[in-house]
Structure formats: structure tokens, C-alpha cells
Design a protein around this ligand. Structure first.
Ligand code: ADP
Ligand code: MG
Length: 229
């Protein structure tokens, strides 16, 4: 038992260290990105360099995405457990992703059958789960397609479903979901779902995925519900 505690403590410290290093690296990256953007707008740089400039910015964004997705994993042990107002948090996630959906011309809508659904957990981690799932849904969907979020509850469960009319997945792709670094995207990290699955597991939830190629995908996340706010 003593050794186990020792290990937990070490993991916690490494997690904390990783989180703070990631945070520190982010600041200079933001500065670099800002100047890169300024350079890209200058009229006296050659066309070919403008292309490199775009590439550099998009690679910086990729590094930022990796840090972002890893950071939440590293912070795993630090979460604060309290009552989560599920509807409020989901609406916030939807708002965060609103401009991203607009950019991709994807419609995003939210349907909630009941008010004041609550559950216990870390609200940042809760948001991280749906940020990742909904972002993937938007990325899988063509222009004019739909991403729909449903919030339901039963006496014992909180149920969140994210449906998209996107490209769907094959059986092989489905079986790879949640594997670290599995990504079908050119600029993907393959960390988003792994992090989400870990968080859901930690919150004693479960996840079901149904998908049909060319038709769409639906993610269903079920958490145990404990009382109301
Ligand atoms: P990333 O988004 O960086 O690729 P994720 O872990 O978030 O990494 O997702 C892993 C892979 O799962 C994606 O690259 C994609 O192939 C697949 N995927 C996840 N969600 C969907 C979805 N809604 N529709 C189709 N494919 C999906
Ligand atoms: Mg993703």
C-alpha cells in the first residue's frame, strides 16, 4: 500500500509539472503566432514566403492543440468535485464552438428535455469531454450539415448525445476510437477522444458510439446522476 501511495504521489507531481511546463510554453507560442500573423500581412514579402508563413501558423496551431489536449490529461488529478449544472455547461461549450461551426458552415443546435439537470464531477473536465466530441462532430460534417446535441435524464442517469450528419466511420475506425494518437486527420492529434474517454471513465460514465459511413455518427455519453441542484 505504501508503495502505491508513493506511486500516486509521483504521478501527481509529474502531472503538475507537465501542466505547468505546457502552460509556460504556450505563452511564447502565442507571441510567435502574433508576429507571424503580422508578417503575413506585410505587403513587401514574396508570395512564396506568404505560403510558408501560413504553414508555420498552422503548425503552431497544431502544437497548441497537442498541448491543449495533453494539458487536460496532465491535470487529471487536480479536479474539484462539485455539482455541475449540466445544461449551463453544455450551452457554454456550444457557444465556445459556435464560431468554429460558423467557419465550417455547419449548423449546431441544442435540445434539452428537462431543466436543472445536475450531477457531481469536475466541471472543467466535463466541458473538455464535450468540447472534444462536438469539435470532432463539426470536423466530420460537410457544409450545410447538422450537429445536434441532446440532453436528457432519467431517475438514475444524465444522458448527453451528440449526433452529426458527417462522413461517419468504418468498423475499423470505430474500434480505434480512444486509442492515443489515432487520427484520420492531416492535422489531428489523436488525443482528444483518449482524454475524453479517460475523463468519462473517471466520472463513472460510459460511452456508446454508433456510426454509418456517409450518413453520420452519434455519441451517447451516460453519467450516473446524483440529486438535483
Ligand atoms: P483528432 O480529432 O485530433 O483526430 P480525436 O481523438 O479527437 O483526434 O479523434 C480521433 C479520430 O476519431 C478522428 O481523427 C476521426 O477519425 C474519428 N472521429 C471522432 N469523432 C468522429 C465523428 N463524429 N465522425 C467521424 N469520425 C470521428
Ligand atoms: Mg478531435
Amino acid at each position: 500500500l505504501y508503495q502505491q501511495i508513493h506511486l500516486k504521489e509521483k504521478q501527481y507531481l509529474v502531472g503538475q509539472l507537465a501542466a505547468s511546463i505546457a502552460h509556460e510554453i504556450r505563452n511564447p507560442m502565442t507571441v510567435i503566432r502574433g508576429f507571424m500573423q503580422l508578417m503575413g500581412q506585410a505587403s513587401d514579402i514574396p508570395k512564396s514566403y506568404q505560403k510558408y508563413n501560413k504553414l508555420m501558423i498552422s503548425e503552431l496551431d497544431r502544437a497548441e492543440a497537442i498541448i491543449h489536449e495533453y494539458l487536460s490529461l496532465a491535470k487529471e488529478e487536480v479536479g474539484k468535485i462539485r455539482a455541475i449544472n449540466v445544461k449551463k455547461e453544455l450551452l457554454q461549450v456550444k457557444d465556445t464552438l459556435h464560431s468554429y461551426a460558423l467557419l465550417k458552415s455547419v449548423n449546431i443546435s441544442f435540445h434539452c428535455a428537462t431543466e436543472n439537470i445536475s450531477m457531481y464531477g469536475d466541471q472543467n473536465k466535463f466541458k473538455q469531454v464535450f468540447l472534444n466530441i462536438i469539435k470532432n462532430a463539426i470536423e466530420a460534417t460537410e457544409k450545410k450539415g447538422n450537429v445536434t446535441i441532446y440532453l436528457k435524464s432519467t431517475d438514475s442517469d444524465v444522458i448527453v448525445e451528440v449526433h452529426d450528419t458527417g462522413k461517419g466511420m468504418s468498423e475499423t475506425q470505430l474500434s480505434n476510437l480512444g486509442m492515443p494518437f489515432y487520427s484520420s486527420k492531416e492535422k489531428g492529434t489523436g488525443l482528444g477522444l483518449m482524454v475524453s474517454y479517460k475523463i468519462i471513465e473517471g466520472m463513472r460514465g460510459r460511452i456508446e458510439v454508433k456510426s454509418s459511413e456517409g450518413v453520420g455518427t452519434s455519441f451517447k455519453v451516460v453519467f450516473p446522476r446524483v440529486g438535483d441542484l
